[in-house]
Design a protein around this ligand. Structure first.
Ligand code: GLA
Length: 376
């Protein structure tokens, strides 16, 4: 399976944990199709952990929990497909999944066959309870191979949290995305930690195998399975902006059946999605200059039409100024060029003067620009 832009969709884990069932999945599919999310690009609906019985059947096959999924998974997949969506499921490289359900270790080929039979289009593959003897790279290679041979195009979403130097070997497997961070929680501290944790891994993101910074917490407001304090709308906006700008997959984690207006606006920002889905998926540039501060992070990314996406993120609880020189982007004054920039949240237009950008930001706020190269 080749996926040329970061996958987008919804995943059950962040909000629902083990409280998943057919009704929830069908209602979510309806909302994805009707709310504009599907039109915006969110096309994968993924059921995470806790969907199966605790034991396999006599032939060694996984069985969906009949209380949660009384009509079986094929029926769920058919419903999801009928809405124009793709259907995702979850398993694990270990004996057990993280929540203690059967994992796919030593059942890789039979499970891949089962998923294909149900009409699955995406498999998230976790790393709990994995063998202490067989290295992760072999486990992911094995499931990758099983999926490539199961007779169906199934996107392989590796989830080994960046452990055991995942970045060094994950592209040897058939993975189209790989979790480059630990688990997200619905707090600002968690968002900040993942942003920092990600920086050393920027060089590994690229077309065909995307760094996955974990599912979005936008719109959860502390209500989810990974719900702690929750965040403010400004913090959700900044979290979303970083994930989008850095080219992470965008997997929604809130209950979209109850989205408020602000959540809709954040999740369906067209310009940010366009940046996220840019076909080049270039490595982000971390802007440092002489003004960088620990909690004022600035990233840019070259886009396929010659534009540049630029984000200024104030991660601190104090007001701050984001400032950098255009020479960091390859545009010193000597080129005779400058940037005309449009901010993706407000539509504000600015032109860079004297080779410098300097913007004041409220606590936790951000600005993301699409910038065009023009004559000075
Ligand atoms: C791990 C993963 C999470 C989620 C849970 C399910 O923690 O990183 O994203 O899938 O397992 O148990």
């Amino acid at each position: 399976m080749v996926k040329l832009t970061p996958p987008m969709g919804w995943n059950s884990w962040n909000t629902f944990g083990e409280k998943i069932n057919e009704k929830l999945i069908m209602e979510t599919a309806d909302v994805m199709a009707e709310s504009g999310l599907l039109k915006s690009g969110y096309d994968y609906l993924v059921i995470d952990d806790c969907w199966s019985l605790k034991e396999r059947d006599k032939e060694g096959r996984l069985i969906p929990d009949p209380e949660k999924f009384p009509n079986g998974m094929k029926a769920v997949a058919d419903y999801v497909h009928s809405k124009g969506l793709k259907f995702g499921m979850y398993s694990c490289a270990g004996n057990l999944t993280c929540a203690g359900y059967p994992g796919s270790y030593e059942h890789e080929f039979i499970d891949a066959e089962t998923f294909a039979g149900w009409g699955v289009d995406f498999l998230k593959y976790d790393y709990c309870y994995h063998s202490p003897i067989v290295a992760g790279k072999y486990l992911y290679r094995r499931m990758g191979l099983a999926l490539e041979n199961c007779g169906r195009d199934i996107l392989f979403s590796a989830c080994s949290w960046g452990a055991d130097e995942t970045h060094e070997w994950i592209k040897e497997s058939a993975a189209s995305m790989w979790r480059s961070t630990g688990d997200i929680f619905d707090t600002w501290e968690s968002v900040k930690k993942l942003i920092k944790q990600q920086e050393k891994l920027h060089p590994y993101n690229g077309v065909g195998c995307f760094n996955d910074m974990d599912m979005l917490i936008v719109g959860m407001y502390g209500k989810g399975n990974v719900g702690l304090k929750g965040c403010t709308d400004v913090q959700y906006k900044t979290h979303y902006s970083v994930w989008a700008l850095l080219g992470s997959p965008l997997m929604i984690g809130c209950d979209i059946r109850n989205m408020n207006e602000e959540t809709r606006k954040i999740l369906m920002n067209r310009e940010l999605i366009r940046i996220n889905q840019d076909p080049l998926c270039r490595q982000p540039v971390k802007l440092t200059g002489i003004w960088s501060r620990e909690d004022m992070v600035m990233y840019a990314r070259m886009l396929s039409d010659g534009d540049i996406a630029i984000g200024l993120f104030n991660l601190s609880e104090e007001k701050g100024t984001g400032r950098f020189n255009l020479d960091e982007l390859g545009l010193p004054m000597s080129t005779g060029k400058t940037l005309e920039m449009t901010e993706v949240w407000t539509g504000e237009e600015i032109t860079a003067k004297n080779g410098t950008i300097s913007r004041n930001l409220e606590p936790f706020d951000c600005e993301v620009f699409r910038a065009r190269v023009v004559e000075q």
